[in-house]
Design a protein around this ligand. Structure first.
Ligand SMILES: N[C@@H](CCC(=O)N[C@@H](CS)C(=O)NCC(=O)O)C(=O)O
Length: 254
């Protein structure tokens, strides 16, 4: 991937397109990019430009979340499962979804614990918003967008109170499933590996050479939560870099 076009150009194009945010490694977006890259799928990447209408992604998809994936005239896809299923259909090889039904159920269950509501990404976002609001980790988030994200992504007392335990528990499961293997399932790359590698940037972002972002964003992303950092085992950290080095584009195109 070498360039981003405008949202307007992506809307008018055919084939596979993805609306993104630039300069922030939003994990759901990076997972989708990673899946397309691993499969060698040719995708037109787009982001808001000066020539676009304001809030061009929302204008297109009815919501400001990214990524938004378009393929031909099919319905727009924004959820991580539907994006993966589309990619698997367009490029069956390398398969990123296990053919075996039991393994498939296992993979999607674990992937939900990473990408779904109250999964690792969701919970890390809640913790990030909390720290950004009470300045407890030395990072102050700008109030207006923070309030918008909080309202949109389940910042309620019950879930905020559970978020840290959730992340620690799921990291424990992932560490156990991985053991000393190179991949989570079946000895080779699956979507689960890509989900983990990209979502792990919300805890320990790849270094600045491989994942360029502003010092401020890096400060927001890098977790300071001691329990979470302790649950990020050396094997999980090594898996994150291994998957990027072997299967994803580096430096990450931002
Ligand atoms: N829709 C995705 C999740 C995408 C998502 O949560 N995107 C966030 C990343 S922080 C976003 O775009 N936030 C900005 C906004 O909603 O305006 C899924 O459920 O698979």
């Amino acid at each position: 991937m070498s360039r981003f076009v405008s949202i307007a150009e992506a809307r008018g194009a055919d084939g596979l397109r993805m609306a993104c945010i630039r300069r922030i490694p939003s994990p759901w977006q990076e997972a989708a990019k990673g899946i397309f890259h691993a499969k060698g799928l040719d995708c037109l990447y787009a982001a808001q430009t000066d020539g676009d209408v304001e809030e061009a992604i929302a204008d297109w998809a009815g919501d400001s979340s990214f990524p938004v994936v378009a393929y031909r005239k099919e319905k727009l896809r924004t959820g991580w499962v539907e994006i993966l299923l589309l990619a698997e259909r367009l490029a069956p090889e390398p398969a990123l979804i296990p053919a075996d039904a039991g393994q498939r159920a296992w993979m999607f269950g674990l992937a939900h614990e990473i990408c779904g509501e109250m999964g690792i990404g969701w919970c890390m976002r809640l913790l990030m918003l909390k720290a950004g609001m009470d300045h407890s980790e030395g990072v102050a988030l700008p109030p207006e967008p923070t309030a918008k994200l909080a309202a949109k992504y389940g910042f309620n007392p019950t879930h905020v109170a559970r978020a840290e335990d959730r992340v620690v528990a799921v990291l424990g499961v992932l560490a156990e499933v991985l053991g000393d293997a190179e991949y989570f399932i079946g000895g080779g790359l699956s979507a689960l590996d890509i989900y983990w590698a990209t979502m792990a940037n919300l805890i320990t972002p790849l270094d600045a050479d491989r994942l360029p972002m502003s010092r401020f964003m890096r400060g927001v992303y890098a977790s300071k939560n001691e329990r979470v950092l302790a649950a990020m085992t050396p094997a999980l950290a090594a898996h994150q870099t291994r998957v990027y080095e072997r299967h994803l584009e580096l430096p990450v195109p931002m």
